[in-house]
Design a protein around this ligand. Sequence first.
Ligand code: GLN
Length: 479
Amino acid sequence: MKTIKELRGMLDKKEISSVELTKEYLDRAERLNGELNAYITISRGEALSEAERADKKIAEGGALPLTGIPLAIKDNICIEGVRTTCASKMLENFNPIYNATAIEKLNEQGAVYLGKTNMDEFAMGGSSQTSYFGGPKNPYDTERVPGGSSGGSAAAVAADICAAALGSDTGGSIRQPSSFCGVTGLKPTYGTVSRYGLIAFASSLDQIGPIANSAEDCGIILNAIAGRDRHDQTSRCTGVSDYTSLVGGSIKGKKIAMPKEFFGEGIDDEVKECVFAAAKFFEENGAELVEVSIPTLKYAVSSYYLLACAEASSNLARYDGVKYGYRAEDAESFDELIKRSRYEGFGREVKRRILLGTYALSSGYYDAYYKKAMAVRQQFIKEHKAIFEKCDVMLTPTAPTVAYKCSENIDDPVKMYLADVCTVTSNMVGIPTVSTPCGYDKNGMPIGVSISANHFEDAKVIQFADCFEKQFSKQAARI
Ligand code: GLN
């Protein structure tokens, strides 16, 4: 298992070529994917030609931080000419005719794409088991889920079948699978990375971000993909030129907020213990722990699901069997074509959310549901603002439990939704949050701790996670 930083050194010193490195990852990925199902598509041919181009760039002395580094990309991020399915029958044969902006930016660096990773259908879920292509498995225990919705990306990093990956996070989909698979995942501040070419789920919450072997690697990737983009009016020029610039800086005297509601009922004891141990580490290194409160947390899951489903119901209206995507055969009328295409093309969870969202937005119900959820969102913003006025970062568990068995929870949507309580507020507020491994339970399953900061302070969360990682001894996945 090597970090991007280590691989960069090896490539630049010509100890290995990008083609050799890419082949190693591809061989291992092809060998393990039968068991792991982390990739929906492995693109050997494309990856090797990208690696050849990267080797030329390195030979010419033009190497950038990600030149020749083999990455995995979540299958809801468009790569021109590479099948992008969103893990749905609806897009089973969709070949994008353009690159997502994040991909364009990685191309400028000469990164290599090994393939597209498995996920929950349309990124809706927390286990990746709603994938039309069958769920991916956790490399620490293949009877368990890797988390979701970026489960394939997190599993691929943990199993060392890519150097790092891109995921997307609407309500925890980068951080929770990172926690379940014992790797580091960063949800950037909303607007830092362009959403152009990311297949939309809930546009006011969606953000692309890195999953990697270290917080510093996450920063290296964020450096490449961040920036204002004229194709996404919510993208921002953040003014940050290097997200790794605070790495190695002292945390002495920094204030760490610990919101008490995140450590209450429903959070496993082993998870709490490990997160408290992480807090203690920071305290011993000169930081001050401050107990704070987010009283509105009890409304987090309900308001998130209202807003996310409302936006999803609108975003997914475009899949009508007419323009692109799955089309039902032999429909007798236009109405029937649309109805049947959507009925046959979407899975159960996606349909459930479209129904929920459409209901919440219908006239007569709008004030009772959507408007109230928006008011809760404003309240969250206020409560977080107050915390970051006095504290530098906030420390919480990433998920209430470790990864569960593949058969668990899948038939109980409410139970699944409730498991998102630790992650959704970060999206509703729009702040940056990183999850990094902080321990293992009695079965050896990884536990993650989350570090959040105020808007556009992504470099700070990377600094804290890096500081913790430098003294934490990771246990490799068993696969
Ligand atoms: N688990 C959450 C959901 O199901 C988050 C999904 C996401 O971040 N894409 O909506």
